[in-house]
Design a protein around this ligand. Structure first.
Ligand code: SAM
Length: 273
């Protein structure tokens, strides 16, 4: 444990102790308490897995791609290169959505998740709103492989479709549209953490010159696809919420509100249709 921890520290991994623990438990099958209470003799196979995991991590590859798993709202999602790693901020987006659906009185909501990635938003909604009909779209075939797999593993019926934003939904209308779209400014991508810039799919991050290219299209398309009385929920980047709210009002939505994340950043914009 000490050796792995210091190799990660020297390699610039900030949470080296926590990550060493995860690498050892994941690659050996030992529990947390076992790695601290014993000094277990590891098989050659386990040792080489530990070394392989450490080597990959030292290239900057995110730990979640190496273990292939991530927790989102208490459920386990399988992920890998080619799909965005679900973030804690996105849990806030889903929690807000669930709270508003509950108070809105919409009984069996039809829900559209645009840019579903691993499927974490669509699936966690389907798990919690058993009467909802959920459609989830992504333009990335690779991401959809994970989304479908996660849907099956977690036992929900979500319809996953491949295509550009609303296009696979035809002229269908929804009570709820939700998206965590790409919203990073193109010029800012190279300066993101090496784990993100070097490993996560550019198509999941790049929101164009001002970061709002995809958001603008979602807001405009929502005017055609959102039922009266419905809601559009968008995750946005730091400093974008005000402008996104204005874009919504200019496009004809009745009302715009925002929700902060745990760091105090306005992270979710809610537009009432
Ligand atoms: C920021 S990621 C969000 C993934 C997932 N919803 C989450 O919250 O973890 C954005 C996703 O949008 C998808 N995407 C980007 N442009 C798209 C488009 N024009 N049509 C459909 N999906 C798109 C990307 O492939 C990526 O999976």
């Amino acid at each position: 444990m000490r050796e792995i921890s210091s190799r990660l520290k020297e390699g610039g991994v900030s949470e080296y102790a926590r990550e060493a623990e995860i690498i050892i438990t994941e690659s050996t099958g030992l529990s947390r308490s076992e790695i601290y209470t014993h000094n277990p003799a590891l098989s050659r196979k386990s040792l080489s897995r530990v070394n392989e995991f450490v080597k990959r991590r030292l290239t900057g590859e995110p730990l979640q791609y190496i273990t292939g798993r991530v927790d989102f709202l208490g459920e386990e999602y399988l992920i890998g290169p080619g799909v965005l790693i679900p973030r804690p901020e996105t849990e806030i987006l889903v929690e807000e959505l669930l709270a508003i659906v509950e108070t809105s009185g919409i009984k069996s909501p039809s829900v559209l998740d645009l840019g579903t990635g691993s499927g974490c938003i669509a699936i966690s909604i389907a798990l919690r709103l058993r009467n909802a009909g959920v459609i989830a779209i992504d333009s990335s075939r690779e991401a959809l492989k994970y989304a479908r797999l996660n849907g099956e593993r977690l036992g929900v019926e979500v319809t996953f479709l491949e295509g550009d934003l609303y296009e696979p939904a035809g002229d269908k209308k929804f009570d709820i549209i939700v998206s965590n779209p790409p919203y990073v400014r193109t010029a800012e991508i190279p300066a993101l953490q090496r784990e993100v810039a070097g490993f996560e799919p550019a198509g999941a991050l790049d929101g164009g010159a001002d970061g709002l290219d995809v958001i603008r299209r979602i807001i405009l398309g929502g005017r055609e696809h959102l039922r009266k009385g419905g809601y559009l929920f968008l995750e946005v980047g730091p400093g974008q919420a005000g402008q996104v709210g204005e874009l919504g009002l200019e496009a004809g939505y009745r009302h715009a509100s925002t929700v902060k994340d745990l760091a105090g950043i306005e992270r979710v914009v809610i537009l009432a249709g």
